[in-house]
Design a protein around this ligand. Structure first.
Ligand code: ZN
Length: 460
C-alpha cells in the first residue's frame, strides 16, 4: 500500500539540515518514506491524502510512560503531594485495585489500550512504556497484554521490563508483594526478548530492560541487565534517575550519586536513556554526553512533584541526547506530549533571565521526535526523509484557535484548544484520519477500560 500526502502546507523534517518545506509532497511505499518533494508522480494504487492546511512532523515519540497508570488519574489524595507520600499512595491504590480484581493483566491491557489511543490522537507514533508493578507474581502477562494492545492500535511500542527488587528486608520501601528476585526479572526479560523483541529496522515492538531505579532495585540487577542487553542487539536500557528521591537515597545509603552507581554497573553506553534527570550535579552533565546516554525530559511530573526544572539547556549545550516524555498518568494525569511541550516552553522561561537560553518550540519538537527516537536507539525513526520509517503526524492549522498564527511551528506548540492530531500514520498505515482513530473504536476502548476498572463514571 502506498500513500501520497499531497501539498502539505508546512513540513518539519527534523533532518540533519533541520529543513522545513512548504507545499510539499511526501510519498510512502509500504513502511517507509520514499520521496519528499514538489509535485511527486503518483504511482498506481496509491491513496492520496490532501495535505493542505496541515502542519506535518515526524510522529511524536514518548520516551517515558507507564501506561497502566491511566487507571490512576486525578487521585484526590495525591493531587498535592511530594514524592514519598505519592509513592506510598500510588502503591496503596494499586494494591487495593489488585485485591479488588481491578489490576489483572486484562485490565492493564485495557488501560494501556486507552493510553495508546490517547497517544495516537495527540500525534504520538511510538511509546516507551516501563512496567515495573507486578503484584501477584512475575509470570503474570501485564507486558504481554500491553504489547497485544499496541498491535491492535497500530502504535510502535518499546516495552520496558521494569522491576522493583529492593525489598524492605534490604532497606527498600516497597511491600513484599511487588518485590521480585533478580532471577525472576532476568528470566522474564529473556522470555520477552525471545517472544517479542524485533531487532530489525522499522520494528513495531522492541523490548528494553528497565529497572525502576537505584533506590528501588538491587544494584546487581543493573550489572545483570547491562550484560543481558549487550547479548541482544536493539535491546535498550532505561531507568529513572535523579528524581530527587534517588539522589537523597544514594547519598545516604551509598555515599555517592545515582550516576556514579550507573557507571559502576555498566550503564554508561548508547543503549541507555534516563527518565527525569532533574537534579544532577553540574559536573556530571558532560559525562552523560561523553557516555552517549540519552535523557527523557518529563516536564509534567517534574512540575507536579514540585521538583522544579531539569537543566535541559545545560544538557543540550553539553551535547546530551535529549528526548521528551510524559511519564505515567499517576503523576501527570495524561499522555499528551504536545500539551507537555507547551508547558515546557513556558516553564523553562523561569530558568534564565536571558531569553536566548529559553527552549524554543522547534527545539522542543525536535526533542520529542528525533531526540526521543535517538534515546530509544531508533535511527530509523524521527525524521521525514527517504529511507526513514513512515511515522507522520499532522495537525490542522486552519481551525479557529489558530487564526492569526504567523509561525505554524511555534503556533503548534503555543496555541490550540485541542492537541488532537488530524492525521497520524504509523509504519505506513493510517491510524488517525480526520481526527479520529480508525484502527480501534475510541469510545469502546474507553468503555472497556472503565468496565474493567469498575469505574462508575462515564458512558458504560
Ligand atoms: Zn516514570
Amino acid at each position: 500500500m502506498s500513500l501520497l500526502l499531497r501539498r502539505i502546507s508546512h513540513l518539519v523534517t527534523c533532518d540533519d539540515a533541520d529543513r522545513e518545506l512548504v507545499d510539499v509532497d511526501v510519498l510512502v511505499e509500504g513502511r517507509r518514506i520514499v520521496a519528499v518533494g514538489s509535485d511527486l508522480p503518483c504511482p498506481p494504487d496509491t491513496e492520496v491524502i490532501d495535505g493542505e492546511g496541515l502542519l506535518v512532523l515526524p510522529g511524536l515519540v514518548n520516551a517515558h510512560n507507564h501506561l497502566y497508570q491511566i487507571g490512576l488519574r486525578a487521585l484526590p489524595e495525591l493531587e498535592r503531594t511530594t514524592i514519598l507520600p505519592w509513592l506510598r499512595g500510588v502503591t496503596t491504590r494499586c494494591l487495593d485495585m489488585w485485591r479488588n480484581g481491578a489490576m489483572e493483566p486484562e485490565t492493564v491491557g485495557a488501560l494501556a489500550r486507552a493510553g495508546m489511543v490517547e497517544s495516537v490522537l495527540t500525534g504520538v507514533t511510538t511509546v516507551a512504556d516501563q512496567h515495573y508493578f507486578f503484584p501477584g507474581g512475575w509470570t503474570l502477562p501485564f507486558i504481554e497484554e500491553t504489547i497485544e494492545a499496541a498491535t491492535e492500535v497500530g502504535l510502535r511500542l518499546h516495552a520496558g521490563r521494569g522491576s522493583i527488587t529492593l525489598g524492605r528486608d534490604r532497606g527498600g520501601s516497597a511491600p513484599d508483594v511487588v518485590v521480585q528476585t533478580i532471577d525472576e526479572v532476568l528470566k522474564h526479560s529473556q522470555a520477552l526478548i525471545e517472544s517479542y523483541h524485533d531487532p530489525e529496522p522499522l520494528a513495531m515492538v522492541r523490548i528494553d530492560l528497565a529497572p525502576c531505579g537505584v533506590h528501588a532495585d538491587r544494584l546487581e540487577l543493573y550489572t545483570e541487565t547491562a550484560i543481558l542487553a549487550a547479548l541482544n542487539p536493539g535491546v535498550g536500557l532505561h531507568t529513572h534517575l535523579y528524581e530527587v528521591v534517588d539522589t537523597r537515597f544514594c547519598a545516604e545509603r551509598y555515599g555517592t550519586t545515582p550516576w556514579r552507581i550507573l557507571l559502576r554497573h555498566g550503564w554508561h553506553s548508547e543503549r541507555v536513556w534516563l527518565a527525569h534527570v532533574v537534579d544532577p550535579p553540574a559536573e556530571e552533565i558532560p559525562e552523560f554526553a561523553a557516555a552517549g546516554v540519552g535523557v527523557a525530559h518529563l516536564i509534567g511530573p517534574d512540575l507536579k512533584m514540585g521538583w522544579g526544572l531539569s537543566p535541559v539547556r545545560e544538557m543540550l549545550d553539553a551535547g546530551v541526547k535529549m528526548g521528551f516524555g510524559t511519564t505515567g498518568s499517576a503523576s501527570n494525569d495524561g499522555s499528551n506530549v504536545l500539551g507537555d511541550l507547551r508547558v515546557a516552553a513556558l516553564a523553562h522561561r523561569m530558568s534564565s533571565a536571558d531569553p536566548r537560553r529559553w527552549l524554543s518550540a522547534r527545539e522542543l519538537l525536535r526533542m520529542a521526535t528525533r531526540g526521543s527516537a535517538r534515546c530509544l536507539g531508533r535511527t530509523d525513526l524521527g525524521v521525514v526523509a527517504p529511507g526513514f520509517g513512515a511515522d507522520l503526524a499532522g495537525w490542522d492549522m486552519t481551525t479557529v484557535d489558530r487564526v492569526g498564527v504567523h509561525d505554524p511551528v511555534a503556533g503548534l506548540v503555543l496555541t490550540g484548544i485541542s492537541d488532537r492530531a488530524h492525521l497520524v500514520v504509523v509504519n505506513g498505515r493510517v491510524v488517525v484520519r480526520d481526527g479520529r482513530c480508525v484502527t480501534v473504536d475510541e469510545r469502546a476502548v474507553a468503555r472497556e477500560a472503565r468496565r474493567l476498572l469498575r469505574q462508575s463514571i462515564g458512558d458504560r
